[in-house]
Design a protein around this ligand. Structure first.
Ligand code: ATP
Ligand code: MG
Length: 509
């Protein structure tokens, strides 16, 4: 019977990297017509397994069957020919092109006449059928991460993917967008496609998947029917222990004002006003959470504070010193640390080693630099200290940063930024893409820094995170601050309504 043969069967897959066995004999099977979640902590081997299916890596051992036929997948091109598409954790779109150009980029059979018109019709169809809305003429660099991801999905569908692998697709989406994506995924499964959905989020597994395979340290710990399991069981399988997610926010009396943003306005990359008369302050020992759906000015605000974007009006002060429209270097010297939104591109130099990335912001200063020379020994001991302190899982300090798992990349960035002893930490989506264990670790770290008197500006779309960490919550909508609330008095409903632009504080009160 056709249906009893799994669409995808990966058998006894082994993949070794220097110092790690990423996949230690994994057997994984996905059927036509199902959403199959692949769940596991950072570094469990999820991306590696799917990179093998997508032809990016060759397995050291094991076999792959598609519809019962043994195949060898040498490249993504091979994978696409077999009907396998993948949307990566770190997007791989070409920035100087438009959406339409990106969709046809690299295709063998580009429609000869009016290629973009054909693409446009196809995009309209996808938008209709799956709710994947994008402007074909927008440039990639103008799009939010969520929109870029939609383009990636469209690319895969355009190439006829019957098996669509989504690597942590919801991390940069609003709750609304995530819901839309789930509807899209269900729709694809109903059409008989297979959706393989890599995630850390237990509630998403429960919400959208038919089955779930849990990986831990390169091995399968179980494949379950979603309806027969629950979040608690999945968490235990994933982590190997009971997970207690409990953060204690100790009372801290805020000290001096560190950051003052006064009536700041700025344009976005398209030259459109993106920040409108924004004012806020953050004091020592305080976390100000910025809640809001991505694309409402948060990115521009962060950039204005960290010296990465010119403001058209208003002032930015650090410790009372004006830094308005000064450089990123000036912000750094004033003690502004930054955990950026797009950590692969902005947070790191992917081809450089962990050790080099760790000194990226201090290379021209003692102890790493002596005159013209870099002190390799000092760099190494600095790296080893941070690797230990932040529990970064890596074969060696000289491992290229791009080979690390998402959670470990974030640890490297946080390690580097915190080792500068900043006055202000600007953290954009700091737990984006991280598993429960790593999320807990990083949130705890932020609370510790707060207790030690650091001023923290936290930008997150995750309301649970905003509420768990913030002392005050500022809600952004349409480039404005809709209101700043005391976290103790704020409710999810009020903040949610403000995020949707429905009420301002005055009206809510
Ligand atoms: N190209 C590579 N070279 C060396 N090591 C690698 C490479 N790719 C992955 N690894 C290592 O293999 C292990 C599994 O990584 P992988 O990216 O598959 O994990 P993951 O489950 O996707 O984690 P995350 O949730 O953080 O994305 C990690 O220890 C990682 O550092
Ligand atoms: Mg991964």
């Amino acid at each position: 019977m056709e249906t009893s043969v799994p669409l995808v069967l990966m058998k006894d897959i082994v993949k070794r990297f220097p110092g790690v066995v990423a996949n230690a004999g994994i057997t994984f099977e996905a059927r036509a017509g199902e959403v199959h979640a692949l769940l596991g902590e950072n570094g469990a081997g999820k991306t590696t397994l799917m990179n093998i299916l997508y032809g990016i890596y060759q397995p050291d051992e094991g076999e792959i069957y598609i519809r019962g036929h043994r195949v060898t997948i040498h490249s993504p091109r091979d994978a696409l020919r077999l009907g396998i598409g993948m949307v990566h954790q770190h997007f791989m779109l070409v920035h100087p092109h438009t959406v339409a150009e990106n969709v046809i980029l690299g295709l063998d059979d580009v429609p000869f006449h009016h290629p973009t018109r054909v693409v446009r019709e196809k995009l309209a169809e996808f938008s209709e059928r799956y709710g994947l809305r994008v402007d074909p003429d927008a440039y990639i660099w103008q799009l939010s991460a969520g929109e870029q991801q939609r383009v990636e999905i469209i690319k895969a569908l355009y190439r006829g993917a019957e098996v669509l692998i989504l690597d942590e697709p919801t991390t940069m989406l609003t709750p609304q967008e995530a819901r839309e994506l789930f509807a899209t995924m269900r729709r694809m499964a109903e059409e008989g496609r297979t959706v393989i959905f890599i995630t850390h989020k237990l509630e998403e597994v429960m919400e959208v998947s038919d089955r779930v395979t849990v990986l831990r340290r390169g091995k399968v710990v179980g494949t379950l029917n979603t309806r027969d399991t629950n979040e608690r069981e999945l968490a235990r399988l994933m982590v190997g222990r009971e997970v207690i997610f409990h953060l204690e926010k100790k009372p801290v009396t805020p000290g001096r004002e560190v950051l003052r943003v006064e009536n700041v306005s700025a344009l976005n990359d398209k030259g459109v006003p993106a920040l409108r008369n924004v004012s806020l302050t953050v004091r020592e020992g305080e976390i100000l959470g910025i809640a809001g759906v991505a694309g409402n000015g948060q990115r521009e605000l962060v950039e204005a504070i960290t010296g990465l974007r010119m403001v058209t009006e208003g002032h930015v002060f650090i410790d009372g010193v004006e830094v308005t429209n000064k450089s990123a270097r000036e912000a750094l010297l004033r003690g502004v640390a930054h955990v950026p939104e797009e950590r692969m591109h902005m947070g790191m130099v992917p081809n450089m080693s962990i050790a080099e990335n760790l000194i990226l912001k201090g290379y021209d200063r003692a102890p790493f630099s002596r005159g013209l020379f870099l002190d390799r020994q000092a760099i190494l001991s600095h790296a080893n200290r941070i690797i230990r302190e932040f529990q970064i899982a890596a074969p060696s300090p000289w491992t290229p940063a791009k080979l690390l798992s998402g959670g470990n990349i974030q640890r490297v960035i946080l390690g580097r930024e915190l080792s500068l002893n900043p006055r202000l930490l600007v953290a954009s989506h700091p737990t984006y893409g991280l598993d429960v264990g790593a999320t807990e670790y990083i949130r705890r770290l932020l609370l510790e820094q707060r207790e030690q008197g650091m001023a923290i500006l936290l930008v997150s779309e995750d309301l649970e995170e905003i509420f768990a960490l913030s002392d005050r919550i500022a809600v952004m909508f349409g480039g404005r601050i809709m209101g700043i609330l005391d976290a103790k008095e704020a409710t999810v409903e009020t903040v949610g309504a403000m995020m949707a632009g429905l009420t301002t504080v005055a009206e809510a009160a």
